[in-house]
Design a protein around this ligand. Structure first.
Ligand code: FEO
Length: 402
């Protein structure tokens, strides 16, 4: 029999899977889809927590109808206004014209801008609560845990924290909803990729809300994010550890070598550096070609590893443009506390190193070794310099073990 899954009795999962969209935000590839999570609380009042991408509103409303059988929804809580969660609010309002919408001041500005809704609003602030029967909802502001209006909603009866994008991952929900029931390992890579691409810029704000939760502890049995599994005590501490590490920009020992190469010569330098690092006993060495690796995977590894090595040819007396793009994406995310090494090539005038040096200045990463320059093709002398650079990078990582 078809049933709508429940997180606890009376809290239904009414989210949807999106395996059709090629790219999230039309930028980031969805290798295994994504879920837009929404939750329906049925108590003396009926409360919907967030909605879903408008493309999935049909199945979303179908699920809600099956549960409510004509009973109206009293409140919509808007924890996050990005359209992957707010997209169906306009249709929801048409279906339930008397619905009251709970949000904060910033939410309502966006609600007006996206949907032209200005009435039946219930404005909440930090710590306020609303009784909905045996349950009571309270609100924790989490600004910039992706957008300025983001807030968390806490339901004290079943100890459920609705956490907006926090603790979210890419990856559709393949049957299971709760982390404890599924093979959770398949989500860790996607969680890091999601964090690096979507939340990556906002590490200090993630830390701020974590501190708030630490200073004002609440009992939590379920964490209901807007994307991916619902976390229980089975795996929440692991999800928390991932978000904590990434939002502090903490890195594992390892090197991420990112290169562009038009005819393969610069790639030889990348491999030479990688082999020299590996030979010194550094286990984590990843090499990304800017042409074949997606920026989302590259960003994931920039967040993951301590030593970042950038190498590219000179192009039109400037820098190979995919390198400029990836540096821009890294800089946007204000990634901190990394080591930086450079290598570059040209046929007649070396510009790439000069440009990479200038573009990475703002990052203020510690430089390891001298940039390795190559004219045209590698010579034994250039390869030796590349190997020496690799050894210096490895040495620095090894010293950090002490
Ligand atoms: Fe899943 Fe920031 O929206």
């Amino acid at each position: 029999m078809f049933e709508i899954p429940q997180i606890t009795e009376g809290i239904y999962y009414v989210g949807v899977n999106d395996r059709a969209k090629a790219k999230f935000e039309n930028v980031w590839p969805l290798y295994k889809g994504v879920s837009y999570n929404s939750y329906l609380i049925v108590d003396e009042k009926v409360v919907l927590i967030d909605t879903v991408d408008v493309c999935y509103s049909d199945i979303f409303f179908y699920k809600i109808d099956l549960i409510l059988k004509g009973r109206p929804i009293d409140y919509l809580v808007v924890d996050h206004m990005e359209p992957d969660h707010s997209g169906s609010i306009g249709l929801l309002k048409q279906k339930y014209p008397d619905i009251k919408i709970i949000g904060n001041k910033k939410t309502f500005n966006m609600l007006n801008g996206y949907h032209g809704i200005t009435e039946n609003l219930v404005e909440v602030e930090e710590g306020m609560s609303i009784k909905i029967g045996k349950r009571e909802l309270s609100f924790i502001m989490a600004p910039m845990v992706h957008w300025p209006e983001v807030m968390f909603t806490y339901e004290q009866h079943d100890k459920v924290l609705f956490s907006a994008d926090a603790f979210g991952t890419f990856g559709a929900l393949d049957g299971h909803i709760l982390d404890k029931d599924m093979d959770i390992d398949k989500y860790w890579y996607e969680m890091e990729r999601y964090y690096a691409c979507i939340v990556g810029k906002f590490g200090p704000f993630v830390q701020k809300v974590f501190k708030k939760l630490q200073d004002n502890p609440i009992e939590i049995d379920y964490v209901c994010s807007t994307h991916g599994p619902v976390w229980t005590k089975a795996h929440f501490s692991e999800a928390m550890a991932v978000y904590d590490r990434l939002s502090k920009y903490e890195a594992y020992e390892g090197a991420c070598i990112i290169f562009g190469s038009m005819y393969g010569h610069t790639e030889i330098l990348a491999d030479t550096i990688a082999q020299a690092i590996a030979k010194k006993g550094i286990k984590n060495v990843v090499v990304h070609s800017l042409t074949s690796s997606d920026p989302s995977d590259i960003l994931r590894d920039v967040f993951r590893y301590k030593a970042i090595v950038l190498g590219a040819p000179t192009y039109c007396n400037n820098l190979f443009s995919p390198m400029e793009h990836i540096i821009h994406l890294i800089e946007l995310r204000e990634v901190k506390n990394r080591y930086l090494s450079l290598f570059g090539s040209c046929t007649w005038a070396i510009q790439s190193i000069k440009k990479m040096t200038a573009l990475t200045e703002k990052l203020a990463w510690e430089k390891i070794g001298e940039p390795v320059e190559m004219k045209m093709a590698p010579t034994p002398e250039v390869l030796n310099k590349a190997a020496e650079l690799g050894e210096q990078i490895a040495q620095k990582l090894i010293e950090d073990r002490k």
